[in-house]
Design a protein around this ligand. Structure first.
Ligand SMILES: C[S@@+](CC[C@H](N)C(=O)[O-])C[C@H]1O[C@@H](n2cnc3c(N)ncnc32)[C@H](O)[C@@H]1O
Length: 241
């Protein structure tokens, strides 16, 4: 284990857990899909992705109060908490487990946050995407559900034409999004063994992200994208094909 990771997991993480508990919050404790009695064909378990890496990536985008984001598979709201540091009009989430969704709702109530709503249900059947132009995933479910979600995003775009940006941490269903015929990958970020890929339904020159030289640098042909291909081939495609 790298020294930085060791310090985080052994020293910092237990302190944050205790401080959260003391404040009546629970953003971080993990739950396995088995403990949640999930159908493993439709769901992964809960693990938080709210970290500085997510904030660093979001800082590359010109987020304003006309933007809204939904975390699909939001869990206890760990990523939403970080997303609230940006001037989004809404930071919402959809979560399969009623138990976890209630914890997220309580967390934001305790923080007096009124920009957040947590919906409960299977993301594959959720179809209220019209309010959002940013979509966030942290490896919430297998390809079968991702394909359903992408279909619903397409329907939303047919109803209301707009740019939609997808931010995907640990992108295990990258191929489903790439094969959608509507979204193309416009960016990729890597830090401490974690990947975030970014997709848009607009070409990069017409995208709100176009002003951003960092995203430009990381598209096709750059060393970063080569590394992403290796990650996808070695891990994701082996796991799912
Ligand atoms: C890896 S966690 C990510 C949590 C949160 N997005 C974050 O980044 O901190 C994945 C979450 O997706 C939820 N999930 C799994 N399958 C789902 C589905 N089919 N519909 C909605 N939520 C789902 C799980 O219950 C879990 O809370």
């Amino acid at each position: 284990m790298e020294l930085k990771s060791f310090i985080y997991w052994k020293l910092v993480y237990p302190i944050i857990l205790r401080l959260d508990k003391f404040r009546g919050l629970d953003f971080l404790s993990e739950m396995s899909p088995e403990a949640l009695q999930f159908n493993l064909k439709r769901a992964h378990g809960y693990g938080p992705s709210g970290k500085n890496f997510l904030k660093e990536v979001l800082s590359d985008f010109n987020i304003s109060s006309t933007d809204s984001i939904i975390d699909v598979g939001c869990g206890k709201g760990s990523a939403m908490k970080y997303l609230l540091d940006f001037p989004f009009e809404r930071v919402d989430g959809i979560e399969l487990s009623g138990l976890i969704a209630d914890i997220a709702t309580q967390n934001f109530k305790k923080l007096n946050e009124n920009r957040c709503r947590v919906f409960t249900g299977d993301a594959g059947y959720f179809n209220q995407y019209d309010d959002y132009n940013y979509i966030y995933f942290y490896n919430p479910f297998p390809p079968i559900v991702m394909a359903e979600v992408i279909e619903n995003l397409k329907f939303s775009l047919q109803r209301i034409d707009r740019e939609m940006v997808i931010i995907y941490m640990s992108p295990t269903c990258n191929h489903i999004i790439a094969e959608s015929g509507i979204f193309t990958q416009v960016g990729a970020y890597y830090k401490n063994d974690a990947w975030i890929t970014v997709y848009s339904n607009r070409s990069i020159d017409k995208s709100v992200l176009s002003y951003n030289k960092k995203i430009h640098r990381s598209i096709e042909g750059t060393p970063l994208n080569d590394a992403l291909k290796v990650y996808l081939q070695n891990y994701v495609l082996k796991a799912y094909k």
